[in-house]
Ligand binder design. Structure first.
Ligand SMILES: Nc1ncnc2c1ncn2[C@@H]1O[C@H](COP(=O)(O)OP(=O)(O)OP(=O)(O)O)[C@@H](O)[C@H]1O
Ligand SMILES: [Mg+2]
Length: 298
């Protein structure tokens, strides 16, 4: 291979890199100053290199003037720890009945190890992350989730006090939130992380809600990716059991969020390297976009 061929190849690679930046520029300008809530699913956290990619994407967002707020899950990690401690759980409609002992393990895993792992991953990539749970700055005041069966310390957000997030927004710090809420008597509640992400996005009037999970997005009956879903289509998919399990609260959360004014809520595949950047800064997009129904006059 002659030197000039190598050079022209190199030039092409460089050109395609600049092309990526050029393509990203209008998006960067449009998003600058806005708030993005990113739900990082426990199921998407599996591999170390993906965690590093995720962290780098979050740092990049902050660097270009977007304010990322990370909310994380941790179902699988809680499962592993409860198993190790030989604590058995009963499930009712997919929800774990959470007694006081289970709750203390849930809180240790979520607010402790997992939260600090994500904080650390972001800091490793040159960001400045701060770990919080719903207890810090009374961020998430919760009430017990009422259900036909007593689920113990499973809660839902009642009041979001975003003061701590508003303060961090003005700094170079990136909040990372564990989905543990605090009750009126100071007790802890385990809250579905999707629900927390939606409540935070609503309280912050975020422009985007990005839900990173372990599937491509919402899949149809034949396992094909649904690129866009309106409210009616989403409700239909749930009622016909096309959508089940952990995807149900995710879709409800996205619908609530767009109903409350969040511009776009997207369910993304957290297993794809740099999926956040792919979704935001390229014309290709990724995952499933959840939309409001078109009003008849529109
Ligand atoms: N129609 C569907 N399309 C895609 N996924 C679906 C569908 N119906 C059910 N699911 C399930 O929803 C799961 C995603 O929700 P899940 O609660 O398990 O993960 P997560 O919310 O990302 O993680 P965590 O709950 O730990 O925060 C998928 O792995 C899949 O098994
Ligand atoms: Mg889930």
């Amino acid at each position: 291979m002659s030197t000039s061929t190598v050079n022209s190849l190199e030039r092409e690679v460089l050109l395609s890199k600049t092309q990526v930046l050029v393509e990203a520029l209008p998006y960067m300008r449009a998003f600058s100053g806005s708030t993005f809530v990113v739900k990082y699913g426990g199921h998407a956290m599996g591999e170390e290199h993906l965690a590093a990619d995720f962290a780098r994407d979050v740092v990049l967002l902050k660097q270009i003037g977007i304010h990322p707020v990370v909310v994380h899950g941790g179902g699988p990690q809680i499962e592993v720890m409860l198993d190790k401690l030989h604590i058995k759980s009963n499930f009712v409609h997919g929800l774990r009945v959470t007694d006081a002992e289970t709750m203390s393990v849930v809180e240790m895993v979520l607010s402790g190890r997992l939260n600090k792992q994500i904080v650390s991953a972001i800091n490793q990539q040159g960001g400045l992350a701060v770990g919080l749970s719903g207890k810090d700055g009374k961020l998430i005041q919760a009430t017990k989730l009422h259900h036909t069966t007593d689920l113990g310390y499973v809660g839902e957000p009642a009041t979001i006090t975003p003061h701590i997030l508003d303060t961090l927004r003005e700094s170079d710090m990136i909040p990372v939130i564990a989905p543990v809420g605090v009750g009126a008597a100071g007790e802890s509640y385990n809250i579905n992380a999707d629900t927390v992400a939606g409540a935070i996005a609503g309280a912050l009037e975020a422009q985007r809600l990005l839900m990173l999970t372990d599937v491509e997005g919402v899949l149809d009956k034949d396992g094909r990716l649904i690129v866009e879903m309106t409210e009616t289509q989403a409700k239909m998919a749930i009622s016909t059991l096309t959508v089940t399990g952990g995807m149900i609260p995710k879709i409800h959360t996205c619908l609530d969020a767009v109903g409350r004014g969040v511009e776009a809520a997207v369910i993304l595949d957290g297993r794809v390297p740099h999926v956040i950047l792919l979704e935001l800064f390229t014309i290709h997009g990724a995952g499933t976009l959840i939309k409001k129904d078109r009003s008849p006059s529109a």
